[in-house]
Design a protein around this ligand. Structure first.
Ligand code: 1DF
Ligand code: MN
Length: 352
């Protein structure tokens, strides 16, 4: 008999929609192996995928097998954890790490595979479109195909694109496509780029433990302070890991951003249409709790960003203990807000 504390409730009064769940086409693993062979490979990529592909330890073996499954293994894991639906995206770094041609082909193949799984299990899986932002025009076309023909409900971009960020005007076609199609962009973590990773790598802090959050928080912030979200005002961005800690920084971000803008400290840092960083986080962002099954952080984020903007995510298969579901079910939160968290905010953000 299973310990009753390790079983999520059967009918909690909401669906559990997990919104940052990962998969890897076997073809991508092959490309990753090739890349790991090359002498000058990106150090973050080597640290991350060298580990998940190469390690024989129990957790990376579990992750490696589950990443490549879009069928029975995944569905059984979902059932055991009480997950009703997964919103699935290609695992980091995805196409962004590859040369253009290979990246474009991989994005198309990944989208076809994921769409096929979603067609087979329409009540269980929702897909996010992969793309190759390093080829912005072609990426925009693939996003359009994935959304209009394959039924994808979002775009996933695994943060920096070989050291470049989405506020760079060259990526405008990608942002334009997402905005025009009305789908959010999930800016998912990656290991920091070469010019940022040094001191983190030397301390073993480059991965999901810390480097992911620093790099992705920076990415989100750049989209705000650069004025990119003034150029794409309808664009919605989703970030995980409790907003990569940005909610906790919010007071200081607003204060220092205002101070810097008023003093014209940086010629390129112009006043924003919505004035404050916090307004963009409240109006252009959704925040998921992937990897952070921690009630104080969730309640805090709901209080500063809004109960309509905080969503549930598990981060399968990287982090998926059933105890986390049990703990989140038990949060001291009005039933109405808990349903928003687990279900209806996701239905709204992804237009399910
Ligand atoms: C890890 C975590 C890897 C997350 C991931 O993709 C990932 C990890 C490569 O623990 O190494 O998506 N995560 O989102 O926390
Ligand atoms: Mn993740």
């Amino acid at each position: 008999m299973a310990n009753p504390n390790s079983e999520p409730k059967r009918n909690p009064g909401y669906l559990r929609i997990a919104t940052e769940e990962a998969f890897a086409p076997p073809e991508m693993i092959r490309l990753y192996r090739e890349l790991l062979e090359s002498p000058d490979v990106d150090p973050g990529f080597r640290s991350l995928m060298g580990f998940y592909i190469g390690s024989q330890a129990e957790r990376p073996r579990f992750v490696f097998s589950r990443l490549q499954d879009l069928g029975e293994l995944r569905l059984a894991d979902m059932a055991a954890r009480g997950i009703d639906r997964q919103v699935i995206g290609i695992t980091a770094p995805g196409p962004s790490i590859l040369p253009k041609d290979k990246a474009l082909a991989l994005a198309a193949l990944a989208n076809d595979q994921l769409a096929e799984a979603c067609r087979k299990h329409p009540d269980k899986f929702t897909g996010m479109a992969a793309c190759a932002p390093q080829a912005p025009k072609e990426a925009a076309k693939e996003i359009e195909r994935a959304v209009t023909r394959l039924g994808m409900k979002a775009v996933i971009i695994n943060s920096h694109i070989q050291g470049e960020y989405l506020d760079n005007p060259k990526f405008a076609p990608v942002l334009e496509a997402a905005e025009a199609l009305g789908v959010p962009i999930y800016v998912h973590p990656n290991t920091p780029p070469r010019n940022m990773i040094g001191p983190m790598l030397e301390a073993g802090l480059d991965g999901a433990i810390f480097g992911f959050g620093v790099e992705t928080g920076l990415h989100a912030l750049r989209l705000i302070t650069s004025g990119t979200l003034d150029r794409f005002p309808k664009l919605q961005i989703i970030i995980g890991h409790m907003g990569e800690a940005l909610p906790f920084w919010l007071y200081r971000l607003d204060y220092m951003h205002q101070a810097g803008v008023r003093a014209a400290r940086y010629e390129f840092m112009k006043p924003l249409k919505k004035s404050t960083v916090s307004r963009y986080l409240r109006e252009n962002f959704y925040i998921t709790n992937s990897g952070v099954a921690w009630e104080p952080a969730i309640q805090f984020t709901q209080s500063v960003i809004g109960v309509d903007r905080v969503l549930y995510a598990m981060d399968y298969p990287y982090q998926c203990p059933v105890e986390e579901v049990v703990a989140l079910d038990a949060m001291d939160m009005p039933a109405e807000d808990k349903k928003k968290f687990f279900q209806t905010n996701a239905e709204k953000a992804f237009k399910l």
